[in-house]
Design a protein around this ligand. Structure first.
Ligand code: SAH
Length: 218
């Protein structure tokens, strides 16, 4: 079960509010998971702590050098006994879905490497990465948002992170819903601009409510 999550990025500040609010913030504060964000630049090369350079063979844009990622992963590994499962965010990677999240949530310790620019030198993948993960078939300007997507969906899977244990059972993609999408949900007011809450939800007959919910899953 996931317990340690480390993110390596050149923009650690992007994670400040992510790791402080909502389900993710609470999970960290209550020690359900240890999330740490590490500045790749601390492992940069030379006087300027450089993390990128021009592409061999020519071409536009910069490529992230291998040494900083290598050094940062080696450094972080020293502070723990657990062997990390290292993910590189990449549009070429395996596409994230609920099945992949279920698989990953069984790992004890995950590191997520965030790419930028034209991507990451191939030798990072060859030497330290266990799996490349994409969050969809489009290109983003960096791996930080993908890292947040992966981290958020993993953290809410940790037992007792969500308020009620029911919450993960009856949601879209969960086993209970059997590949269907969750039924519509309603709250107050009963009548909003002429659209009224289905009567069955107001009657308090739990068997009827269950049947209605099942019927409404598409
Ligand atoms: N030139 C590369 C794209 C680089 S985008 C190519 O053609 O494949 C810069 C970085 O953003 C990537 O290294 C990766 O870390 C991240 N990134 C961009 N889109 C992504 C996606 N769909 N899923 C995961 N990471 C992505």
């Amino acid at each position: 079960m996931l317990n340690i999550l480390r993110i390596i990025t050149i923009f650690p500040n992007l994670f400040d509010s992510f790791s402080n609010i909502g389900v993710v913030g609470k999970a960290i504060q209550s020690n359900k998971v240890s999330l740490s964000v590490h500045d790749l630049r601390n492992f940069g090369v030379g006087k300027h702590m450089s993390v990128d350079d021009t592409q061999y063979g020519g071409g536009p844009g910069m490529v992230m050098r291998p040494e900083p990622f290598y050094k940062s992963v080696e450094f972080l590994k020293k502070s723990q006994n657990e062997k990390p499962y290292v993910i590189l965010t990449s549009p070429k990677g395996n596409t994230l879905d609920s099945k992949k999240i279920n698989q990953l949530s069984k790992k004890k310790c995950i590191y997520i490497l965030c790419g930028r620019y034209e991507g990451v030198d191939q030798r990072v993948q060859d030497l330290i990465v266990d799996e490349e993960i994409s969050i969809g078939n489009y290109i983003l300007s960096g791996g930080e948002i993908p890292a947040m997507v992966i981290a958020d969906s993993l953290i809410r899977k940790i037992p007792n992170v969500l308020g009620s244990s029911e919450s993960t059972l009856n949601e879209t993609f969960s086993e209970n819903i059997l590949g269907k999408k969750k039924e519509p949900v309603y709250t107050k007011p009963r009548n909003f601009k002429g659209l009224v809450v289905p009567e069955v939800l107001l009657e308090g007959n739990h068997k009827k409510i269950d049947d209605w919910r099942k019927k409404m899953r598409k």
